[in-house]
Write a protein that binds this ligand. Structure first.
Ligand code: ADP
Ligand code: MG
Length: 333
């Protein structure tokens, strides 16, 4: 299959089959797509690249790869309270993949199924030969002033997180042979690693309630630091509660539990702040979005991050240097 036949057969047909969105004036086929920015809305734009060996393993199922490539991008829109609109797909394919119709079909299938779930239109991209690499740019819509930015956290606000934490890292460690996990538990954790759920509904429901928000890609402790720095505040985190957010009932040491939930990475949950008098509104948003949320600490005027165990004692040692845990190629406690 040549480049143009591949674009036509694998991507354009699927894109054309999806329901048309009014804001997409022109989709795949010309030098640019054309988007109509609706009155009273801003465009939220973000790119994420997935590289074989760094962000996914070579043997990953193509449908899961297609899903994840879009999911991590949608997760960024969720963190900004944006409604997904469209995306572009830049794809580098080694010859053995470009010539593998079953692989391409499964990849495009996983990708376009998630796109359809969120009404996100494929409007263009680029296709080239090279080491397997998937780069997506998403476009979303959010009314001016309603995106909860990283610089919006204030002292004495609550710190919240959605869903479960640490299962993706648990799966990665098991797949790499770093720890043994019964097959049933590995399958459960692997689902979290390979098919993360972008928290779009929660991001939308939290508009006007969350004061700041970030999606968790590199681990809670590291990503929280981005919010603290941008907002010039600190935080006290109940690490005992966070450690309880690991969903897979795996036989782990307390140190492993802390490492995976606080610094595991690949969670794609939302970490956000809100004033204490907005607790009922946060819970109502979580209910409306059918997404569990947990209050895990407070924002403090004093800078720095303090982690406390279930007894309220500050955790030290391994958790002082979070950078050691962030990123995907590092070891764990
Ligand atoms: P150009 O040479 O002008 O960059 P291309 O020949 O690369 O255009 O692409 C032709 C059309 O196909 C363009 O509209 C482009 O956006 C689209 N396209 C290319 N690759 C992809 C892809 N992987 N997925 C979706 N659309 C694509
Ligand atoms: Mg091109």
């Amino acid at each position: 299959m040549g480049e143009f036949e591949l674009i036509e057969r694998v991507f354009r047909r699927r894109a054309d089959a999806a329901p048309r969105r009014a804001q997409v004036v022109l989709g795949i086929g010309d030098d640019c797509a054309l988007l109509a920015a609706p009155p009273g809305q801003q465009l939220a734009v973000s790119s994420d690249m997935l590289v074989e060996g760094r962000h996914f393993l070579a043997e990953v199922e193509p449908a899961a790869l297609g899903h994840k490539a879009l999911a991590v991008n949608l997760s960024d829109l969720a963190a900004m309270g944006a409604q997904p609109l469209a995306f572009t797909l830049a794809l580098a394919l080694p010859p053995e993949r470009a010539g593998d119709a079953a692989w391409l079909d499964a990849f495009a299938g996983g990708l376009m199924q998630l796109a359809a779930e969120h009404g996100c239109a494929l409007i263009g991209g680029d296709t080239t030969a090279g080491p397997l690499n998937v780069c997506i740019t998403v476009f979303g819509l959010v009314p001016p002033g309603q995106a909860p930015r990283r610089d919006g956290a204030r002292a004495d606000e609550d710190l919240w997180v959605s869903g479960a934490l640490g299962d993706a890292r648990l799966a990665l460690e098991a797949l790499r042979g770093g720890l043994a996990l019964p097959p049933g538990l590995l399958a459960q954790a692997r689902q979290r690693l390979e098919r993360p759920t972008p928290r779009i509904a929660l991001g939308l429901a939290l508009r006007g309630t969350a004061s700041s928000c970030i999606d968790l890609s590199d681990g809670l402790a590291g990503d929280l630091q981005h919010v603290l720095r941008a907002s010039r505040v600190g935080a006290s985190v109940d690490a005992g509660t966070v450690a309880g957010l690991l969903q897979t009932p795996a036989p782990l040491t307390p140190q492993q539990r802390y490492a995976f939930t606080l610094a595991g990475g690949d969670d794609y949950e939302l970490l956000f702040t809100a004033p204490p008098d907005r607790r009922a509104a946060v819970l109502a948003a979580a209910h409306a979005a059918a997404t569990p949320v947990t209050r895990i600490g407070q924002i403090t005027a004093a800078p720095g991050l303090v982690l406390r165990d279930a007894q309220g004692r500050a955790i030290t040692g391994n958790f002082a240097g979070f950078d050691h845990f962030s990123g995907h190629a590092t070891g764990t406690a």
